[in-house]
Design a protein around this ligand. Sequence first.
Ligand SMILES: NC(=O)c1ccc[n+]([C@@H]2O[C@H](COP(=O)([O-])OP(=O)(O)OC[C@H]3O[C@@H](n4cnc5c(N)ncnc54)[C@H](OP(=O)(O)O)[C@@H]3O)[C@@H](O)[C@H]2O)c1
Length: 260
Amino acid sequence: MSDLTGFGNYFNLNGKVALVTGGSRGLGLHTATAFLKAGAKTVIITARKYEGPQGIGQAVQKLNQLPKIRGRAIGIAANVAQIEGIEKLVSEIQKLEGRLDILVANAGATWGGPFETTPDWRTQKVLDLNVRGTFNLARLFTPLLESSGTITCPSRIIVVSSIAGTHVPHVGEHGTIVYAISKAATHHLTKNLAVELGPKNILTNSISPGFFPSKLANGLIEILGGEEELKRANPCRRLGQPDDIGAVMVFLAGPGANYM
Ligand SMILES: NC(=O)c1ccc[n+]([C@@H]2O[C@H](COP(=O)([O-])OP(=O)(O)OC[C@H]3O[C@@H](n4cnc5c(N)ncnc54)[C@H](OP(=O)(O)O)[C@@H]3O)[C@@H](O)[C@H]2O)c1
């Protein structure tokens, strides 16, 4: 018999405090939902907009109405492409909770269009959020994450990258070259963070999703022929669904991934 002393507890987030950037919709909202269902104490979601049908306010309301949760969701509006936005988050989370166990760097932006005419401001916007923002989130939250982690149960950084970072997804009229290079950068950033922060009891992993219907992806899904066409092209014959993200996030954030 093997001594699996943690079995039964691999996916349990009891007592954990998590921050999910871009948590007002899409993959971030799926993640926040899964964390609360897995027992997290506090899930802080952030995005730029608080009000409106896509804002943080409505997401927080929905999250706090989830049945059978013991924790709560909190929303803080912040632009994580800017250092001031991240500093505001650090200071508010310090005041609210005094700790952070899980940081999910999920907020991301894309741009599609012909290579030659890519507007420079678009390039800057994508790189500022996807690369600089992720780097600065990890850097400025390191003290809080370090004080929460232990050698047997390290705190976590989970970077949401993309399969676009490992191959050349689209070129030509609807090319996504800047998005692709930003996601390739986050792969290498993740490796660097894992080595830099491992000794501080912070584990860093990244995930590389394929297509999930969302505000960010829907335009490209339509341009590429629609959901049915993309399903046919996918070896699993379907696109991603909320549970696919929820499951991997809970695994990477929980005790089952203590040595990942
Ligand atoms: N959907 C896919 O098929 C897919 C595939 C691979 C990877 N991904 C990655 O998954 C992540 C989430 O994408 P999604 O598809 O869920 O997109 P989405 O539905 O458009 O959600 C993006 C989220 O990020 C927030 N956000 C955008 N800019 C921000 C900023 N500067 N500061 C703070 N928050 C900001 C948005 O809220 P506000 O606009 O109000 O700020 C929103 O909450 C991205 O990193 C994306 O690259 C997505």
